[in-house]
Design a protein around this ligand. Structure first.
Ligand code: HDE
Length: 762
């Protein structure tokens, strides 16, 4: 094939642009563009203009792989070339007038290389700059055609390819993953009727109600402009100054100060579309819909002390976790849930469904599971895919429509606009990761970085020269905005909000009151931490005075934590808000979603040192592997370690390079010599302390309980605790199989908050 290629160079991209029938068939021995990628029945050509049939993408296959194949570069076995395809003889030395002489301007090879390098960076996203992505698919459980004609929901089992990007909001592109922050959860569905982007977050509400306030919010949370500090953190004056003056943010602040803002993994967080959207069916009937992503592995978060430490030891913690889960086959998976409700229902709610600072409690409108999403393929290239992917709330398909949420309205404008400067022009839809599977035919032309080669002289509509093509699809096939009756026709043009938007506290109270005591403690501790970083006392006071309207208990705790008197409550915008439908919604607690109870994707440290009892360690490692978790041997140093019985183990991590807080659980080994060695190493006590403080599962074999004592961990437990109730399991090395079972069960509980103390005991 190589000989053929040399004899008859052939660019595999060409048939895609020109169509095989135009004489661009590949030479014998080379693969043509697969038929499925050719525009079937294209209406673009002047020759067949009268055939009024549009082309559709093949259904049900992960066809994003194909369009990306077209541009994938595999350099195996290839020579190095310039961007013009000229082979490069020497990639070590620039061209000079003699070995010690001046470099020559004619060196186009050096100049091309350096010039390209000089322009390698593009502007980062103004928000959500730090993120990680993956490919996967969405599979519908049942046809939703009664509600929506949107392509992904047409039939049971229908598969639509997706690309998902998770992100933090405030930090820059290289910032840490474990900052306290909202997480972006953006899904691009490559449907066979065009791209649909569901650009959501891991929290169902937002800080503000109107797009008008977004630049202010972002300026307040970003590093302060004079000294560019702090990075990826909301714990500073300008953020809390703004927030304390914006009581509409109170509900969101409850979420942002909860453990939701420090997820354990992208795979263990919920996702939400936030706004009310619309489903529209074939008949043009529409209902409101809110979207929810439910993680298969349950919701699971970090604790703050752990998040802070991880950000130093592994700033890529979530990126690595996502990558490793996919590489190991423990594919992240979510169910898509929808809350569907009518205009009439919405009018009766005590809150306004156009207000993005409000949820619809699940008690009012249940969440119906309509499909699942699996992420099963890592990108080939971070920049080409994850960095260049462009999500836009304006990307909707027939069957999905907007509500009048004023925050959403601003987003519909912003996302397209921002890509134009970020990706360098209006043709960002042609970047492979952004290009739809459905064919694109229109009369838009030219612009920076245009890839498509449009044929013919027609670039306008109506036309007769192109046979009228491309032609309007009409209401049956094309996107039609829902015809909504404007109820009060005599409206003034105003800058104003509906009255219910002014109820800033009822749902903040609902959220706080629906949390478990541990979660409430964590929320109070987060407010205390963040406000303790605020240097202006008046801001702290204003914030606590606002919190009094949401929860007196919370405000009191925060005030105590900050050593301040409880200030007067802030005056409310709405004195008598409508009574809420529910005063508690248990599903708002993170603990309400244990997931499938599996421990897939968890990481456990098994401490080892020379003389370790290898058998018990091996038994636990095998039990973990069987459950899809990872057990890593962590030693005082990496490398081979001889067990008590003379076998060799290979420690692939050390306590120095993988500290204790990076693991979900800990196993301490038996073996007198090993225990003595571990007792000599100061890292061991730190390792154990962090595991204990962060309420993780610890299994101590035989004599290793002395290591617990050395670390100051209280080892007085009753029988139920010995079974794993507190997540501290003491076992004899001979009982390894039983101990491994108890360990796996305790690990599935995520954490053992019963032992948590504030301030920490250990
Ligand atoms: Fe965004 N947001 N946003 N946002 N947002 C962006 O678009 C914006 C909002 C969200 O992984 C930007 O491509 C405005 C809510 C995610 O690439 C920008 C408003 C929600 C991502 C932008 C909001 C989000 C972004 C920056 C208020 C949850 C990352 C780069 C009116 C429902 C997508 C970009 C990715 C990114 C604007 C509010 C989620 C500037 C104006 C509410 C997940 O266009």
């Amino acid at each position: 094939t190589q000989e053929l290629a040399a004899a008859f160079p052939f660019n595999a991209n060409k048939p895609l642009e020109h169509g095989a029938k135009n004489g661009m068939n590949p030479p014998a021995g080379q693969t043509a563009t697969p038929a499925s990628r050719l525009p079937t029945g294209s209406t673009l050509s002047e020759e067949n203009g009268s055939q009024k049939t549009g082309s559709v993408a093949p259904e049900g296959v992960n066809s994003t792989i194909e369009p990306l194949d077209r541009v994938r570069v595999d350099s195996a076995g290839q020579v190095l070339t310039t961007n013009q395809g000229v082979a490069i003889a020497d990639n070590q030395n620039s061209l000079k007038a003699g070995p010690r002489g001046p470099a020559l301007l004619e060196d186009f090879i050096l100049r091309e290389k350096i010039t390209h390098f000089d322009h390698e960076r593009i502007p980062e996203r103004i928000v959500h700059a730090r993120g990680s992505g993956a490919h996967g698919f969405f599979e519908a459980y049942e046809p939703l055609t009664a509600l929506t004609k949107a392509a992904p929901f047409k039939e049971a089992g229908k598969v639509t390819p997706v690309f998902v990007r998770f992100s933090t909001v405030a930090g820059e592109r290289g910032s840490k993953d474990t900052a306290r922050d909202v997480r972006g959860f953006a899904v691009k569905f490559y449907t066979d009727e065009g791209n649909w982007d569901l650009v959501g977050n891991n929290m169902p509400v937002f800080f503000i109600q109107d797009a008008m306030k977004f630049p202010d919010l972002v300026h307040a949370v970003k590093p302060e402009p004079h000294h560019a500090m702090p990075q990826a953190a909301s714990a500073h004056d300008t953020f809390w100054d703004f927030i304390s003056l914006m009581p509409e943010s109170t509900h969101m602040m409850m979420w942002a100060m909860s453990d939701r803002a420090i997820p354990r993994s992208y795979a263990t967080m919920q996702g939400f579309g936030v706004h009310s959207y619309r489903f529209v069916n074939d008949a043009g009937d529409s209902v409101f819909v809110k979207f929810h992503w439910e993680p298969k592995y349950g919701t699971h978060s970090l604790v703050w002390d752990e998040a802070v430490k991880i950000s130093g030891a592994d700033p890529d913690y979530h990126r690595r976790d996502l990558w490793e889960r996919i590489e190991s086959g423990a594919f992240p998976e979510w169910e898509l849930g929808v809350q569907v409700f009518t205009e009439e229902q919405a009018e009766k709610f005590s809150f306004d469904i156009l207000d993005a600072t409000k949820i619809i409690p699940e008690e009012l409108v249940p969440v119906r599971k309509v499909g699942r999403m699996v992420l099963n393929r890592n990108p080939d290239n971070f920049f080409a895919e994850t960095e260049q992917v462009a999500f836009c709330t304006a990307h909707v398909v027939p069957g999905i429509d907007f509500s009048n949420d004023p925050l959403l309205a601003g987003r519909i404008h912003s996302y397209v606009d921002t890509q134009i400067s970020r990706l360098g022009g209006p043709n960002f839809h042609e970047i492979p990761i952004n290009s739809p599977v459905a064919p694109v035919h229109n009369n838009q032309r030219d612009g920076m970085h245009r890839q498509a080669i449009h044929r013919g002289r027609v670039s306008y509509e109506p036309n007769s020269l192109g046979g009228g093509c491309p032609f309007q699809a009409g209401a049956a096939q094309g996107f039609v905005s829902t015809a909504l009756r404007i109820k009060d026709r005599e409206q003034d043009k105003v800058r104003a909000k509906p009255e219910k938007f002014a109820d800033h506290y009822t749902q903040a109270t609902l959220f706080f009151d629906s949390q478990s005591p541990v979660e409430q403690d964590h929320i109070a501790a987060a407010f205390r931490f963040e406000l303790s970083k605020v240097t202006v006392p008046a801001i702290r006071e204003r914030m606590v005075s606002s919190l009094r309207n949401a929860s007196e208990a919370l405000a009191q705790k925060v005030a105590d934590g900050l050593g301040m008197e409880l200030p007067e409550p802030m005056p409310r915008a709405l004195a008598n808000p409508p009574a809420p439908e529910v005063s508690k919604s248990p599903t708002l607690s993170l603990l309400a979603r244990p997931g499938d109870g599996s421990i897939k994707g968890r990481k456990v440290a098994l401490l080892v040192a020379p003389g370790v009892d290898g058998e018990s360690i091996g038994a636990v490692q095998a039990a973990l592997a069987q459950q899809g978790a990872v057990g890593r041997l962590v030693g005082p140093r990496i490398g081979p370690i001889k067990t008590a019985s003379g076998e060799m183990l290979d420690a692939d991590a050390s306590m120095e390079n993988e500290p204790g807080f990076l693991f979900d659980g800990l196993v301490l080994p038996d073996g007198a010599e090993a225990i003595a060695a571990l007792a000599q190493d100061g890292h061991t006590a730190e390792f154990i302390k962090d595991q204990f403080r962060h309420c993780k599962t610890i299994l101590a074999f035989g004599g290793s309980r002395s290591l617990l004592a050395q670390a100051g961990v209280p080892v007085t437990m009753d029988k139920s605790q010995a079974q794993g109730g507190t997540g501290l399991i003491l076992a004899a090395a001979g009982d390894a199989a039983q101990a491994a079972d108890a360990f796996v069960q305790a690990l599935a509980m995520h954490r053992h908050f019963g032992r948590e103390m504030d301030p920490p005991l250990v």
